[in-house]
Design a protein around this ligand. Structure first.
Ligand SMILES: Cc1ncc(COP(=O)(O)O)c(C=O)c1O
Length: 371
């Protein structure tokens, strides 16, 4: 008898019926949608650009060692990251994707008698993991510009709050609370609570372009702050699963002790370090993505979609026709329908390269004009 899962474990799982992970070039289906090689992807907030040759060479060299466990191999990536971020190696934590870091933090700090404050609507892993560990969720609605409402998040904290999560810029909306505006939240952070600032899209922001350090500025503020970033977006390594967290030395030490991170693979570690060495190449790509973001945003606005302001590599349109994403999918364009992001009626579009964006806009025009 197979029975069913105990209450609390059964919910929140995405429907992966028919999903096959094999070769990404192999067509696969998900929720009845076919992701053939001919489908243009605007649904995953991925980079539209393939890896540079130098990165492929580094990956090929690393693959040569795949018969070995990656014990101790993170050290060199940690050194490279700490040099770039101007912090000490002890402050850096590597994880197999930022999502693994977020989940470990929520599992480590959440629990039935604890409260977790997080933005709503935001990255689904927050709510999903909070529910899975049976912590008390305190979702705080976004501001109308799609950014986290820092004041209301501060108001939502109680003495049972163990974790506050800010997503900046926020996924799926793209809105960003200026980093300097986080201060009042830090000032009222309950004793023993951690502030986790998820900056997965940091390198697409104006603050980054202006030479800012984002929430790293708060690491030494005397309160427990953890900044989470990823190699998946700006560095285009989504398929290799490497993310990282940075905290003050003592906080990082405690989190390391509690969270049992690790599990990143040899190829990912080597690729991430090589990618760091190519930051200028990726910065130039990010500039191109940002230029396209402006163009796509204007085009969507002129088509009447009323897109939200964005500081990320995607654009959210709150008032799209609910059926538009599936009509686009049928035409070979994967965008993210708001219903799957808990924002029914909306549509999230990842910025592609100029040619892809032109094709998507033409498809949207054709569908909307045909009624
Ligand atoms: C806000 C946010 N945080 C974290 C992640 C996860 O990133 P990773 O690929 O490093 O797991 C994503 C991915 O889309 C995201 O949007």
């Amino acid at each position: 008898m197979s029975g069913s899962l105990p209450d609390g474990l059964a919910g929140e799982q995405p429907d992966r019926t028919g999903l096959r992970w094999a070769d990404p070039r192999t067509p696969f289906t998900w929720r009845g949608w076919s992701f053939g090689a001919d489908v243009l992807r605007f649904g995953g907030n991925e980079s539209p650009y393939p890896p540079p040759q130098e990165l492929l060479d580094a990956i090929a060299a690393a693959a040569d060692r795949m018969n070995r466990y990656p014990f101790g191999m993170e050290g060199s990536l940690v050194e490279a990251l700490s040099a770039r971020l101007c912090c000490s190696p002890e402050q850096v934590m590597i994880a197999p994707g930022t999502s693994a870091l977020l989940e470990a933090v929520i599992k480590g700090l959440g629990g039935p008698d604890r409260e977790v404050v997080y933005p709503d609507t935001s990255y689904p892993a927050y709510r999903g993991t909070v529910t899975a560990v049976r912590a008390q969720g305190r979702p705080v609605p976004l501001r109308s510009d799609g950014s986290c409402d820092i004041e209301r998040m501060a108001d939502a904290c109680t003495d049972r709050t163990s974790l506050v999560i800010v997503c900046n810029p926020n996924n799926p909306t793209g809105g960003m609370a200026p980093t300097r505006n986080l201060r009042p939240l830090i000032d009222v952070l309950p004793a023993g609570a951690l502030l986790l600032i998820d900056e997965a899209y940091w390198e697409f922001t104006d603050e980054y372009a202006d030479g800012g350090r984002g929430a790293l500025d708060y690491l030494e503020c005397g309160r427990p702050v953890l900044v989470a970033r990823t190699f998946s977006k700006f560095y285009g390594l989504a398929g290799l699963r490497v993310g990282y967290g940075v905290a003050a030395r003592q906080i990082a030490g405690e989190l390391h002790g509690r969270l049992r991170l690790g599990g990143t693979n040899i190829v990912g570690i080597v690729a991430a370090e090589a990618a760091l060495g190519l930051t200028e190449v990726f910065a130039e790509r990010a500039e191109r993505i940002k230029a396209e973001r402006g163009r796509l945003w204007q085009a969507l606005a002129s088509l009447g979609f009323d897109p939200l302001p964005t500081q990320a590599n995607f654009i959210f349109c709150p008032h799209a026709d609910d059926e538009l994403p599936s009509k686009l999918m049928a035409a070979g364009y994967w965008v993210r329908g708001g219903a799957s992001l808990q924002m029914p009626g909306g549509m999230r579009v990842t910025v592609g390269n100029p040619d892809e964006n032109d094709k998507l806009l033409a498809a949207i025009r054709a569908i909307t004009e045909s009624g």
